[in-house]
Write a protein that binds this ligand. Sequence first.
Ligand code: FOL
Length: 209
Amino acid sequence: MSRLTIIVAATLTNGIGQNSRLPWRLPKEMAYFARITNNAPDGTMNAVIMGRNTWESIPYKFRPLPKRANIVISSNKHYELMPPDAPTPPAPVYLHSNLDTALDRLSHSEWMESPIHRSFVIGGASLYRDTLALPPSSGRFVDRVLLTRILSPAFEDCDVYMPDFLDTTGDGKWRRASHEELQEWAGFEVPEGVQEENNIKYEFQMWVR
Ligand code: FOL
């Protein structure tokens, strides 16, 4: 039974990217991403699962994302995650050619010294689509979305969009959790209501099914 949490920042029309990067610069929002995905009980570690484009969008100095097990999916089995002369990565990092083997990896024994606590799908659009399509009956599915809703401006020039998960009919209805539920799950205080940074308004939300 491996439940997955999607974490994403998206506009009201579900825009998530532009020119292979995030369309905004929101340091406090990014700090929230880092804190949520890092936060695991002593002796455990969280996993972050991402597609190849998302891996390449993370600045060199931050990848692999430290203190998290990084799992990258690329159908190109010969994709070079790191330059051949790169130093030993500061966090575990694995390449998988499909979602099934990537999810199998989560339950493998090499994590015994540091079992996986939570698994986060961190993008991009096609991995969000593929993981949202996993049927709840399969035991491995997305039961939670940590959505940072970018309220304004509209960022109409996005060129990558996440699927509208609230629109996916069947397979369980999504419910917006209360702010208290979000904080309880996060394990720390999360700012409530509309946030503003660099003249951009956004809100931290949690959706469950
Ligand atoms: N979810 C949310 N809520 N916000 C995001 O910006 C976001 N970004 C991605 C996926 N889900 C998200 C994918 N893009 C880094 C960079 C890009 C990225 C994800 C992570 C990154 O560099 N993270 C560092 C933090 C560096 C810092 O503090 O500035 C990390 O350690 O997590």
